[in-house]
Structures are given as structure tokens and as C-alpha cells.
Design a protein around this ligand. Sequence first.
Ligand SMILES: NC(=O)c1ccc[n+]([C@@H]2O[C@H](COP(=O)([O-])OP(=O)(O)OC[C@H]3O[C@@H](n4cnc5c(N)ncnc54)[C@H](OP(=O)(O)O)[C@@H]3O)[C@@H](O)[C@H]2O)c1
Ligand SMILES: *[C@@H]1O[C@H](CO)[C@@H](O)[C@H](O)[C@H]1NC(C)=O
Ligand SMILES: *[C@@H]1O[C@H](CO)[C@@H](O)[C@H](O)[C@H]1NC(C)=O
Ligand SMILES: *[C@@H]1O[C@H](CO)[C@@H](O)[C@H](O)[C@H]1NC(C)=O
Length: 341
Amino acid sequence: MMLFLFILTMVYTVFCDSNDGGKAPRILLNDGNTMPVFGLGTFLGFDENGQKQVKESEVELPVTWALNSGYRLIDTASLYFNEEQVGRGIQKSSVTRENVFVVTKLGLNEQRHVLDSLRASLARLNTSYVDLYLIHNPVALKADHSGFDVVDYVDTWRSMEEAKALGLAKSIGISNFNISQITRLLDNCHVKPAVLQVEVNLNLAQDKLIEYAKKENIAVMAYTPFGGLFSKSRGPPPPRKDHPALVKLANKYNKTTPQIVLRYLVQRGVIPIPKTVHKERIEENIDIFNFELTPEEMKLLAEFNKDYRTVWPSFWQDHPYYPFEKKDVPDPDIFKAGVKV
Ligand SMILES: NC(=O)c1ccc[n+]([C@@H]2O[C@H](COP(=O)([O-])OP(=O)(O)OC[C@H]3O[C@@H](n4cnc5c(N)ncnc54)[C@H](OP(=O)(O)O)[C@@H]3O)[C@@H](O)[C@H]2O)c1
Ligand SMILES: *[C@@H]1O[C@H](CO)[C@@H](O)[C@H](O)[C@H]1NC(C)=O
Ligand SMILES: *[C@@H]1O[C@H](CO)[C@@H](O)[C@H](O)[C@H]1NC(C)=O
Ligand SMILES: *[C@@H]1O[C@H](CO)[C@@H](O)[C@H](O)[C@H]1NC(C)=O
């Protein structure tokens, strides 16, 4: 009887919508907290001058729209320079703080000052805790971004554990770590990372990394979930949003091709955080919890994989903790060019 009740409670926790009006179900993390399986990304990206400057209410309004239309997870980072707007967006929404899962990240230039950096993020977000704090990257940069710093991510993790113990972050995790780095972290940690945030999309399946994370009971968040779907340049390989195979599925389910892609990721068991600043697209992107792709359709979509990375900061590749494959000729540092610290 007890066992039955326990199982019933677990099934409820994992699969049922919470009663806060959120549209995405929640999953149980390895630390006992729960997390929505879908969220809003807030990074505005780059233009020819480098990282885009955040203007007026460019991020604040989308955050409010998202929460009011059923999102319960918002992804930001100190390096997006928009945490104030995220905080105001939450404040101005109809959702209470306790019902929002706020994710922010320790900047690459903040690894020597984890607690101070988190407290600064909390002040900008106007909150006393975040739901999830991630190490943005195993690569560390000097405080003023002037060059590499070498900080062992195991040491950084000690301070992340302290942040959790202090209640400043309910859960802690990592982003852009590769398998061997995670293994080394697991061998040396007291608190396991609850979440790994990495790029996952049709062009970059990440099968090995996802399998490894699942085995370790670490939840995987999928950043850049659209990959090259909307790309106008020849850079990323297909599919684009008008690819016949995607259009066929979209027509079958009366959905759009971005919705097919997001549904595919959710059914793979990863947590997509698509970014858009447009109200209609915000509503469109989360409207994927009322249909299901068949196993054959999942297989078909898996065939798009080319192990192609959209986010590939090869200008950091001489750093000892660079996590990705190296290029013969690294790209120029567009990030450094644009960041105004
Ligand atoms: N941990 C990390 O290192 C890392 C790295 C990259 C990203 N991230 C996180 O992941 C989030 C998402 O990744 P991302 O921003 O790189 O890429 P993304 O979410 O895959 O794609 C964003 C692009 O898609 C467009 N878009 C979104 N929904 C659309 C729709 N329904 N129809 C047409 N176009 C649509 C957006 O345009 P509009 O805004 O103009 O609609 C934007 O240009 C980021 O915002 C950030 O929070 C984390
Ligand atoms: C910060 O949060 C408090 C409530 O916790 C609220 O009264 C105040 O208006 C918020 N400040 C901003 C700038 O949103
Ligand atoms: C198809 O989807 C649109 C947009 O969500 C909706 O307005 C319309 O009623 C749907 N049509 C059918 C036949 O379900
Ligand atoms: C993982 O990261 C380490 C640096 O910490 C690097 O030496 C190794 O080559 C990376 N592994 C892969 C598969 O890229």
C-alpha cells in the first residue's frame, strides 16, 4: 500500500502539470527539486559589432509574456547582461516568484568569486535565491575578460556546493562540460550536478553525452534548440524551417516546423529553452504538449544529426579546459569584441 502511494505520488510529480497554470510538466531532479521540461531562453546573440546590447525592455517584456502564457522556467546568465530585465519581467507578470524556475549562470570571468558573483546576480534579479545556478563554461577568463584564467572547475564546484548549502541556489549544475570533465567532477564532488546545459538540436544529437547524463541521473537542458532551422547563411547544414520532411509532420499534426523540432527534443527527454522576443512565437513555441510524435517519426528526425555545432567558441580552444573539438584555424573572438564590461 505504502509503495503504491509512493509510486502514485512520484508519477504525479513527474508527469502532471503543477496547479500553478504552467503548461510544461515538471521532472524530478537528482537533488529532490522539480523543474519544468520547457523554458524561455534570453540570450540576444551577436551582430557585426559583437554581443548585442540589451535595449529598453527587450528582454523584460518577453519574460512577462512568457510567464503569463504558461512558461515557468526562464534561462539567463550574468554574461547576458539582462538579469535586471528578467527580474522586472517576473515582478510584472501574474506568476509569483515561488512558481518561477529561475536559471542563471556563473560568468567565465567570475569563477574565482562564486558567492559574490551569485549575490550580485541575485541583486540584479531582485530575488533571494535562484532555482538553478550553472557554471557557464569550464573555461575561465580574467575578471576584465582580458584573457584566459586557469581555475580548476573542481575548485569552482566547491563554491557552487557552498552556494547550495547557503540556500542561495536551490540546485546547482554545469554547462558546456564534456564527458571526461563530468567524470572528473563526479569523482571529486560532494553534491552531484543536477543539470547539464549543452547544445542539442537536429544537427547536434549529442547521443553519447545524453546517454551518459541519463545514466548519472543528471537532467539535460538543450540550448540553441533550433540549431540552423532559421539560418539565412549557408553555414549550418539543413534542415531549414521549410524542409519537406518537417513540413509533412507539421501538416499532419497541425503544428509549425519549430513546434515539431521542440516536441522532438522534449520526447528525447531533454529540456529545450528556445529564445524569442516575439509574443506570438513565445506562445507558439510552448504549444507542444497536446500531440505526440510516433517512434518512427522520432527515428526519422534523428537522421538529421551531423554532429554539427552551432555554438563553437574555437577562439578559446587553447585554454586547458576547452571542452569541444579543436579547429585547425580557430575563428576570431567575436565575443571579446562585443562585451562591454
Ligand atoms: N549555456 C550556454 O553556453 C548557452 C549558449 C547558447 C544559448 N544558451 C541559452 O539557450 C537559449 C536558446 O538558444 P539560442 O538563443 O542560441 O537559439 P535558439 O533558441 O535555438 O534560436 C533563437 C532564434 O530563433 C528565432 N525563433 C525562435 N522561435 C521562433 C519561431 N517560432 N519562429 C521563427 N523564429 C523563431 C529567434 O528569433 P526572434 O527572437 O527574433 O523571434 C532567434 O533568432 C539562449 O537564449 C540562452 O538562454 C546557453
Ligand atoms: C523587487 O522585489 C520587491 C518584492 O520582493 C518589489 O516590491 C520591488 O518592486 C522589486 N523591485 C523591482 C525593481 O522590480
Ligand atoms: C490548427 O491550429 C491552429 C493554431 O493553433 C488552430 O487555430 C486551428 O483551430 C487548428 N485546426 C484544427 C483543424 O485543429
Ligand atoms: C574534454 O575536455 C578536456 C579538457 O578538460 C579535453 O582535454 C578533452 O580533449 C575534451 N574531450 C573531448 C572529447 O573533446
